[in-house]
Design a protein around this ligand. Structure first.
Ligand code: SF4
Length: 288
C-alpha cells in the first residue's frame, strides 16, 4: 500500500464532520496517559475504564459496539446517531485519523496510506467543508498534549528496555555464556498481545497502565516522568538484589516484555524493535 509523507503545511481535505464513520472496525492503541484522559472524561477510575472498555491490560480500546453495514463493530465509546461519547478525552489515534504519525531522527512526520482519504469516501459531508493544512487540522483536534505523551512514552519504553539490557549485560549473565534470554526476547517479539499480557502478569501490567499518580495529571510530560520514576523504583525494589542467573534471566525477560507491550500500545512495530534490541545485545557480547 502506498504511504505518503506529509508536513504540517500540506493542504488536504482534513476537516472532520464528526459523523463517526471512522469509529468502526479500527484498531486504537493507548498509552497510560490516554487511558487516564478517557477515565477522567468518563468520570470513572482508569482501572474501571480499562476493565470495562480495553483489551490486553489497557493498551487497546475495545471495539465491541453495534456493527455498521459492512459488519465492522463500533468502538465501545461510540453511541449510535450521536458519535463519540468521550470526544474531549479521545486518544491521539482518533485525533490524527486518517493520518498516522512516525518519528524519525526526533522529528514527527504525518503519513497516510492508500490513494484516497477514507473520509472522502465514507463521509460525504466532508466534501462540503473547507480544506485545512495538516498543522491547522492538528491544532483543531488539540492533538499537541497527546503527541507529547506519545513522545514521552517512547522514551519510557527505551528506559524499560534498558533495565532488561542491564539485567542481561551488566550482571554477568551474558558473560556466563547464557543463551536463552535472547531466545525468549525473540519469542516475545512475535507473541500475541493476550499471551504477552499473561506473561507480564497483573502486577507489572498495573504498574505499566495504571500508575498511581495524583498530582499534575493534566500535564502529559510531568505525568509520564513520574510514571517513569515509579517503574524504575519497582524494578529497583524487585531486581536490585537478585542472586542467581535464573533470577536475572527471568527479570530481564519480564522487563523486555513490559517494554514491548508498551511499544505495541504506542503503535510501534514490536517485532522490528525486538529484533533491533536483540542485535544491540549481541553487539555487546550476549549470545543466542
Ligand atoms: S474513542 Fe471516540 S473517536 Fe475514537 S474510535 Fe472511539 S468513538 Fe470514535
Amino acid at each position: 500500500m502506498q504511504t505518503t509523507k506529509l508536513n504540517t503545511q500540506s493542504i488536504l481535505p482534513l476537516t472532520c464532520s464528526r459523523s463517526g464513520t471512522c469509529c468502526f472496525g479500527k484498531t486504537v492503541m493507548l498509552n497510560p496517559w490516554e487511558l487516564l484522559r478517557f477515565s477522567k472524561e468518563k468520570k470513572i477510575t482508569s482501572r474501571e475504564f480499562r476493565d470495562l472498555y480495553c483489551d490486553f491490560g489497557g493498551i487497546q480500546l475495545r471495539f465491541n459496539g453495534k456493527p455498521d453495514k459492512k459488519g465492522q463493530n463500533a468502538c465501545s465509546q461510540y453511541i449510535d446517531s450521536i458519535g463519540c461519547s468521550v470526544h474531549l478525552g479521545r486518544p491521539l489515534a482518533c485525533r490524527l485519523y486518517p493520518l498516522g504519525r512516525q518519528i524519525q531522527f526526533n522529528k514527527a512526520h504525518y503519513i497516510y496510506e492508500g490513494d484516497t482519504f477514507p473520509c472522502l469516501t465514507d463521509c460525504s459531508e466532508v466534501l462540503e467543508l473547507p480544506k485545512l493544512s495538516v498543522g491547522e487540522y492538528l491544532k483543531g483536534q488539540k492533538a499537541g498534549p497527546f503527541e507529547k505523551a506519545q513522545d514521552e512514552y517512547l522514551i519510557i519504553m527505551q528506559n524499560i528496555a534498558d533495565i532488561a539490557f542491564e539485567l542481561l549485560l551488566d550482571s554477568g549473565l551474558a558473560a556466563s555464556g547464557e543463551t536463552k534470554t535472547l531466545t525468549v526476547w525473540r519469542e516475545i517479539g512475535n507473541e500475541f498481545p493476550e499471551l504477552l499480557a499473561k506473561r507480564i502478569g497483573e502486577e507489572w501490567l498495573d504498574c505499566l497502565m495504571l500508575p498511581v499518580i495524583n498530582e499534575d495529571t493534566e500535564n502529559p510530560i510531568t505525568f509520564a516522568q513520574k510514571h517513569n520514576d515509579l517503574i524504575l523504583l519497582k524494578a529497583q525494589e524487585e531486581f536490585g538484589s537478585l542472586q542467581t542467573f535464573q533470577e536475572l534471566h527471568e527479570a530481564s525477560v519480564i522487563m523486555m516484555a513490559v517494554a514491548l507491550h508498551l511499544a505495541r500500545g504506542l503503535g510501534a512495530n514490536k517485532k522490528e524493535i525486538s529484533e533491533h534490541w536483540i542485535e544491540t545485545a549481541k553487539s555487546h557480547g550476549a549470545k543466542e
